[in-house]
Design a binder for this molecule. Sequence first.
Ligand code: ADP
Ligand code: MG
Length: 401
Amino acid sequence: MKTIADLGDLSGRRVLVRSDLNVPLDDDGTITDDGRVRASVPTIQDLAAQGARVIVCAHLGRPKGEPDEKFSLRPVARRLEDLLGRPVAFATDTVGESARAGVEALANGQVLLLENLRFNPGETGKTAADRREFAEQLATLADVFVSDGFGVVHREQASVYDIAKLLPSAAGGLVQAEVEVLSRLTEDPERPYAVVLGGAKVSDKLGVIDNLLGKADRLLIGGGMVFTFLKAQGHEVGSSLLEEDQVEVVRGYLRTAEETGVEIVLPTDIVAATEFSADAEHDVVPSDEIPADRMGLDIGPDAARLFATKLADARTVFWNGPMGAFEMEPYAAGTQAVARALVDSTANHDALTVVGGGDSAAAVRQFGHSDDEFGHISTGGGASLEFLEGATLPGLQVLQD
Ligand code: ADP
Ligand code: MG
């Protein structure tokens, strides 16, 4: 994969950088978690310091291919400016008059952010033909392209994929760092290698489970997906999240794991509530005795201890998906225990601990952990999962050519 150094002297050159600035905003347009903006800063800083004329492009949310003020990147421009410690000009369109004038006005070392790429329908067009015109217009703005939005490299989109065929291109520092760490999880990881999976649905993570069953030594399962596993073992799960149509698939995983010697660790107890609410009556019950009128919303304290034990001696840990509905205080303890176990493994014996997934990353920050207590917190939920599935990611593939 080509890197920025391969692009040669960038002084005075127009560099289009695709970043991932897709941050959550509240109703007043205030950024509630600027993790992705922070992660994008070093590459932009590096290019500006080299004297490049930096044109940053990104998307925000899911506008419908036309301008929509709710999804404007303007508040992100201001945050980027604060974090960079240098001015960031803002273009009110993507490839129109404002963008062209903004690029024209850039001096060496200056930074411009374009408006939300998804205000143009060409960005997410289904076919190459649908995306071509937009990609070509983007290409006319710059001399070279740097792909740094790891969170979008699994998308075949104009600013991620097609543009890299039109301009000399390289991976930015963030994409490079993500690929390096995630490769250590797939190629010859240090053992024991433990994977913790949770989150809402097992169907979101089938590909990863499939691939990791051949690589990990232990697979710890929590979150909403655990109930499909418990059901596959023949237990009743009350009103918990259950994907009936995946029970057979999960039974297959349990068989494969047995054959290949992968240890699947399921929670021994569950926090079971009367409804999906922080105020609901809730009790700890054995995981094979969930009452018919209760739903499991977290792994129990015994399971949390068991999981911590299974992580304590691991040399490599990948964690994706919260252990419970951690957004509600009564159901946060399981997720908190797993976060703590990763932090301890990192501190105590320098295990490589990687957190993937937007909600999982939000959870560890909510518990007050800082990013550097972990080996790596991936900025790409879907992209990191697809990478671990062993899928070909179009936005990375195109940088090889
Ligand atoms: P990530 O973004 O880290 O990949 P997911 O998006 O897969 O994680 O899942 C996160 C969501 O799963 C959280 O909003 C959490 O409330 C929910 N969740 C976890 N456990 C349960 C459960 N037992 N019942 C219902 N929802 C759950
Ligand atoms: Mg999520």
